[in-house]
Write a protein that binds this ligand. Structure first.
Ligand code: F0G
Length: 354
């Protein structure tokens, strides 16, 4: 049967009732790709949960379909969020689909161009503030508390409900929970959602084990690792450029209860993993996503693994959202030559020598 979307597929595990519209853009149902080359290199059984193949190109679609469906059920006309880009793209798309208005607040000059393009083309009202994500979220919380506007950041519990379905899929795809789940941490909603999903599916008898949850912040934004908010977070991975994560406590609980940890990776480690993913496995994910693989490399170098563990790295967003970083990272312009066979053959020879 044709895939029906998350709300229909997992309705028994979600706050879906007869009044909830079964909104869908066919989100979820994303592939779990085995890392053929890196598994061998790392001595692990590595998989990528490739969330970049969701309808707006990130995992945010899972939570947004649920949050927007509930907003519609409650008769809301307008939704609003703060975003480093992906949440706004998802909110704008599902609002368009559901016939709602959408307002998004973004940090000026600090979101990837593709994400901005998405929010605009889906018809959201896009406002860029001279401030960072944390400040944008504060403002959104203030406005939505005073006006009849539904907040759709992950502090909205329906977002977490939708996002937990990724853990269900991982269990279904592997036949059981992995040993370790590696995931980027920004506002910390997703690690909280996965942990909730794994626990619920274990309780439902779908897996006999639970994974260790290992989350990775970017070094310049490692509030949880440091134990205090970062006032001016900075990282090349703009999606996780967040200094005061809203789901801080539940993220720490996920790490502690599961016997995992919240750790950090440097921008250099993120960019190395980002290139490795593309050049060794053929997967183009955005920089923030590569924090999960960068983290696995870091843990490996620290002797964390005994060898052979099944490790699922969550790749949260599609690399095409941020082509500028890819072009900058490779640091070479394409070779431009005359339009003759000889010139092209000479160029190939030249490139082969590099
Ligand atoms: N990866 C990507 C690509 C993201 O866009 C985000 C968060 C994360 C990881 C971190 O997930 O916040 O649940 O810990 N992006 C949000 C946004 C903040 O506005 O799109 P988290």
């Amino acid at each position: 049967m044709r895939y029906q979307g998350l709300l229909q597929t997992y309705r028994e595990h979600l706050p879906v009732n007869e009044n909830t519209p079964l909104l869908t853009l066919q989100e979820g149902n994303t592939p779990l790709i085995h890392a053929e080359n890196l598994s061998e290199e790392l001595g692990l059984n590595v998989y990528f949960k490739y969330e970049g193949l969701n309808p707006t190109g990130s995992f945010k679609d899972r939570g947004m379909v649920m949050a927007v469906a509930k907003a519609m059920e409650e008769g809301s006309r307008t939704i609003m969020c703060a975003s480093t880009g992906n949440t706004s793209a998802a909110a704008a798309a599902y609002a368009a689909r559901g016939g709602l208005n959408c307002i998004v607040l973004i940090p000026n000059n600090n979101i990837a161009l593709g994400k901005l393009a998405q929010a605009m083309i889906y018809g959201a009202k896009v406002i860029a503030i001279n401030g960072n994500f944390d400040r944008a979220l504060e403002i959104v919380r203030e406005i939505t508390a005073k006006h009849p506007i539904t907040l759709v950041n992950s502090v909205n519990p329906f977002r977490i409900e939708g996002q937990k379905t990724a853990a269900f899929e991982v269990i279904e795809q592997l036949g059981e929970a992995p040993d370790v789940l590696a995931i980027p941490v920004g506002n910390a909603g997703n690690i909280s959602a996965y942990w909730k999903g794994f626990k619920e599916y274990k309780e439902a008898g779908k897996s006999s084990t639970l994974p260790r949850m290992v989350g990775f912040e970017a070094e310049g934004a490692m509030a949880i690792v440091k134990g205090e908010p970062i006032l001016e977070p900075e990282t090349v991975a703009t999606a996780i450029r967040i200094g005061n994560p809203a789901s801080w406590k539940t993220a720490v609980a996920a790490a502690e209860e599961s016997g995992g940890q919240i750790n950090y990776v440097t921008d250099e480690q993120i960019l190395t993993a980002y290139r490795t993913l593309a050049s060794r496995e053929g997967i183009f994910a955005e920089p923030a996503s590569a924090a999960s693989l960068a983290g696995v490399y870091k843990l490996k170098s620290e002797g964390y693994f005994k060898g052979g563990e099944t490790v699922v790295c969550v790749l949260t967003g599609n690399g095409l959202k941020d082509p500028n970083i890819a072009i900058k990272t490779v640091a070479t312009e394409p070779l431009v030559v005359e339009d003759t066979e000889e010139a092209v053959m000479a160029a190939i020879a030249q490139l082969e020598q590099q």
